[in-house]
Design a protein around this ligand. Structure first.
Ligand code: GDP
Ligand code: IMO
Ligand code: MG
Length: 425
């Protein structure tokens, strides 16, 4: 038995939190492999709503180990705050959380630089959580890895070097350079609580797989925000696509048995960057209102638009999708017509291919489908859907060449049409 990757196929916020929480019922272990507190994954149980940013979305299920893999960047204060909040709500989590020794720590100069850059022209609309600058330090080989929490003297040296490197940038951006003591202050108390959680998580995952346990790899962000495969430079700084699950958790490609992509029934994007199907007027606002499309981390209004099939087919290819999980179909109820982009018009004619860096120049070719007026929230089988909604699902399946394993019709766990298991056996 191998691991299963759940990955976002669009620009994030596809509903990963809901589906990872749901399918954790089948899992022994959930692993976040990329990103950091830029993620906001919403879990709704009954009337309770929980947003996790660093803690894996499997945390609400007892007995499941939740691992923060080495591809992540971790803000210690945010992480501990989440643990405290979950504990307060009655979800015991300390005994089940494992933090990779090779993940990187976000320090105050990262957050400072991220914020200062965003305040200037040329910002790309980041979440300002220090994620990009932290990955910059990782790639430049001056990052502070989690393992250094066990060696405060060495940690101080590494952070001192990084701070000195960032100081001219901070000054040039009009900021005040913090002292090393200010930088390290939040870690002083955090280290004591974090050290017991640190482990060689790659080995843990490997051993879990050897014991035939079910490992669910939880993506953050989405394929179109991936540093290599996304709409560069309007991307995040990590490997969000399914391939990142190996790099970011320390397993080989053969450990992955199945890749399942989250597809929101329409598109959203937060931050800047090309978005061919964006609806700038009334219809976009209607999607935003009905879908409650406001950032779960920043509260920013999400840009909304119709489903983009060339982008989805690209994501299916990049991730090697075996199946997809369709979310928020209920949000389209009440639209007389539902649009889908089937092709792009480019300078060189019509194409259904991903145009790479040319995305900002394409014009979407939109096909309008008949809508439906019935509420979907009580649908528990595909046959419960009105025929127009069913045809919409079938059309996406045909276009992607893989089946919809789930159709989600509401934010709660039970508001879901589940058509099979996530794990193959
Ligand atoms: P994530 O980042 O991919 O985990 O997604 P977010 O949690 O940022 O945003 C998805 C939002 O949609 C959350 O508020 C979810 O509770 C909600 N949601 C998830 N699935 C559905 C669904 O099928 N229908 C509706 N109406 N809301 C959903
Ligand atoms: P989840 O996991 C949506 C976007 C930001 C910005 C770009 C770079 O909840 O789907 P960063 O702070 O990462 O340097 O910002 O990436 N972004 C997300 N958009 N959902 C997310 O996460 C995102 N994480 C980053 O808005 O455009
Ligand atoms: Mg989110």
């Amino acid at each position: 038995m191998g691991g299963v990757v759940i990955v976002g196929t669009q620009w994030g916020d596809e509903g990963k939190g809901k589906l990872v929480d749901l399918f954790t019922e089948e899992a022994d272990c959930v692993v976040r492999y990329a990103g950091g507190p830029n993620a906001g994954h919403t879990l709704v149980v009954g009337t309770e709503r929980i947003v996790v940013r660093l803690v894996p979305s499997g945390i609400l299920r007892p007995n499941v180990r939740c691992i923060l893999g080495q591809g992540m960047v971790v803000d210690a204060t945010t992480f501990l705050g989440e643990i405290d909040e979950l504990t307060k709500r009655g979800y015991e989590c300390l005994s089940r959380l494992v933090l990779s020794d090779a993940a990187h720590l976000i320090l105050p100069y990262h957050t400072l630089v991220d914020g200062l850059r965003e305040a200037k022209p040329g910002g790309i609309g980041t979440t300002k959580r220090g994620v990009g600058p932290c990955y910059e330090d990782k790639i430049a080989r001056r990052g502070v890895r989690v393992s250094l929490l066990r060696d405060p003297a060495k940690l101080r040296d590494v952070a001192k070097f990084a701070l000195e490197t960032w100081a001219p940038t901070i000054l040039a951006l009009g900021g005040k350079v913090p002292t090393l003591d200010e930088v390290l202050a939040p870690l002083a108390s955090a280290a004591e609580r974090l050290v017991p959680l640190i482990a060689d998580t790659g080995r843990e995952i490997h051993e879990a797989l050897q014991r035939k346990q079910r490992v669910l790899f939880e993506g953050a962000q989405g394929t179109l925000l991936d540093i290599d495969h996304g709409t560069y430079p309007f991307v995040t700084s990590s490997s969000a696509a399914a391939g990142g699950a190996c790099i970011g958790s320390g397993v080989g490609p053969r450990a992955i048995d199945r890749v399942v992509g989250l597809v929101k029934a329409y598109c959203t994007r937060v931050g800047d960057g090309p978005f061919p199907t964006e609806l700038l007027e009334e219809t976009g606002q209607r999607l935003r209102d009905i879908g409650r499309e406001y950032g779960s981390v920043t509260g920013r209004p999400r840009r909304c638009g119709w489903l983009d099939l060339p982008a989805l087919r690209y994501a299916a290819r990049i991730n090697g999708l075996d199946a997809f999980l369709l979310t928020k179909l209920d949000v389209l109820t009440g639209f007389e017509k539902v649009g889908v982009c089937t092709h792009y018009e480019t300078e060189r004619g019509r194409t259904d291919e991903w145009p790479g860096d040319g995305l900002s120049k394409v014009k979407p070719v939109i096909e309008m489908f008949p809508g439906w007026s019935e509420s979907l929230s009580h649908a528990r089988s595909i046959n419960d859907l009105p025929s127009a909604a069913r045809r919409y699902v079938e059309f996406i399946e045909a276009q992607l060449g893989v089946p919809a394993l789930v159709v989600s019709v509401g934010e709660r766990r039970d508001e879901t049409i589940v058509r099979g298991s996530l794990f193959r056996n």
